[in-house]
Design a protein around this ligand. Structure first.
Ligand code: FAD
Ligand code: SF4
Length: 441
């Protein structure tokens, strides 16, 4: 009697656990479907580096990929099968493909309908232009560890040289100019210094690359980093702040030859085989160039009078910095809308306004659209839809409406987020051969 009661109790417990487990899976599926729907509102979006392609004829919906992915809300199980629910959040860890028990996931570039343009490089990271190399995410493969490795390997090839020996600069030229001070560029520069080459590292921004723009306290999965001159960094999990501190330590210890705030705009081949590296401040010459520009591209500018003022920014890093200011966000895509939302959430601005040339917010996540519409309705954000910026004054901005009428609004800061030029466009203009991948490995 007692044992049949115990058995009954165990069966009941098992049933409750089974029900609870099923409910929690249902809940996760519901959230994943909502994210997928939310992203779909942006249209056909694609990850810029390697991302998972899931074969639905093989996928058994185990969810192992979802648990393995370090970036939350990127991959999910929807209607019993895995799906890349947010391609924009995928940074190509590949943990999902490794975790899949039935090998239903392959890492590919682009999709069948949206291609990804990539530079053509050989096994030494050299492009079709002799002496011009590409390392890091610009070559199509994301992740800090890959970037560090590729920067070093490109430099190894420069050191070893081809059949004619290493390409060294003449007295008027550097041996190597590295463009982009992210993990790839830093690693290449350190290796050049280790070898005693005359090297120069240039970046339009600071020392550290994309990492400097991560959200505060982001947990970064790095793998072991082997940095020339510095040595191994073995912690595989670091915070953004720890990584930034690592770059600072490297700068303090090794003093790499670094110039910040210079935008490289083109490369000029010289008759003697050297390259002229043209920036917005002048030209420098080198026997070799490593382009480590990352995958973010350059923000598009408005091209209006007054844009060069320091009050104009092209991304929002820290909403607190705008305390007490009248801020105008320009743009209507996801980034612009998210900036306006963060400024209102922080609650420190004197006022937040948004100017967009269209009459509604079209290419942004459904949830962002719902929130910005709500904030406009309750006047937390002033919307100037169907307008464009004509002129940026010291304390104001002139807008022109679609009806041709103009008006001034009080303004202390502008955040311009109207899209950008993908890095492939710059590479194409430099004469570097490109290829487009449609869902290919
Ligand atoms: C939100 C987010 C989270 C991520 N999390 C992780 C993670 O957890 N683990 C991981 O391994 N990876 C992560 N990544 C990816 C990782 O940051 C990149 O793969 C890595 O930074 C690529 O390094 P890179 O050196 O190739 O380029 P970047 O770090 O992008 O650096 C490129 C540099 O080139 C400069 N530049 C570009 N164009 C020019 C020009 N024309 N002139 C002068 N300078 C120029 C830029 O200013 C920039 O400093 C994440 C990325 C993002 C966006
Ligand atoms: S490739 Fe990486 S970021 Fe993308 S879904 Fe897989 S594990 Fe997540």
């Amino acid at each position: 009697m007692t044992s049949s009661l115990t058995l009954g109790g165990l069966i009941l417990l098992a049933l409750v656990l089974y029900w609870w487990w099923g409910r929690s899976d249902e809940k996760k599926e519901h959230i994943a479907a909502k994210i997928a729907e939310d992203i779909k509102a942006m249209g056909d979006v694609v990850a810029t580096s390697l991302s998972p392609r899931i074969d639905p004829s093989i996928c058994i919906g185990s969810g192992a990929c979802v648990s393995a992915c370090p970036e939350k809300g990127v991959i999910g199980v929807v209607r019993g099968q895995a799906q890349l629910i947010n391609p924009l959040g995928c940074i190509g860890h590949g943990a999902c493909a490794e975790a899949c028990p039935v090998k239903a996931i392959q890492l590919v570039y682009g999709t069948k309908t949206r291609g990804v343009e990539l530079p053509v490089i050989d096994e030494n990271f050299q492009t079709n232009c002799p002496g011009v190399y590409i390392a890091g995410e610009l070559g199509g493969m994301g992740l800090i560890r890959n970037a560090v490795m590729q920067g070093r390997q490109a430099l190894e090839h420069i050191i070893a040289g081809g059949p004619d020996g290493p390409r060294r600069g003449y007295s008027d030229a550097f041996d190597v100019i590295v463009v982009g001070a992210g993990p790839a560029g830093i690693s290449a520069t350190l290796r050049a210094m280790q070898e005693g080459l005359r090297a120069l590292l240039i970046d339009r921004e600071g020392f550290g690359g994309t990492i400097l723009h991560y959200p505060r306290a982001k947990v970064v999965m790095t793998g072991v980093l082997d940095l020339p001159l510095y040595g191994k960094v073995s912690s595989r999990r670091l915070s953004k702040e720890q990584l930034v501190a690592l770059w600072d330590e490297i700068r303090a210890k090794h003093n790499p030859p670094f110039i910040s705030g210079e935008l490289v705009t083109s490369l000029e081949p010289r008759a003697d085989g050297m390259w002229g590296v043209v920036t917005d401040r002048g030209v420098r010459h080198a026997a070799n160039v490593i382009l480590a520009l990352g995958g973010r591209g350059s923000p598009q500018k408005l091209g209006v009078p007054g844009e060069a003022q320091s009050k104009v920014a092209y991304r929002l890093l820290e909403p607190k910095e705008f305390e007490g200011r009248h801020v105008l966000v320009v743009g209507g895509g996801n980034s612009a809308v998210e900036s306006a939302l963060s400024l209102v959430d922080e609650g420190a601005c004197a006022s937040v306004a948004i100017s967009y040339r269209r009459s509604e917010f079209a290419r942004c996540r459904a949830e962002n659209r719902r929130r910005i519409d709500g904030m406009i309705a309750n006047r937390a954000v002033r919307a100037y839809l169907g307008t464009e910026v004509l002129d940026i004054g010291e304390r104001d901005v002139t807008l022109r409406g679609s009806d041709g009428l103009t008006g001034k609004i009080v303004n202390d800061s502008l955040i311009v987020q109207i899209g950008g030029t993908p890095p492939a466009k710059l590479l194409g203009s430099l004469g570097i051969a490109l290829t487009t991948k449609y869902g290919e490995r």
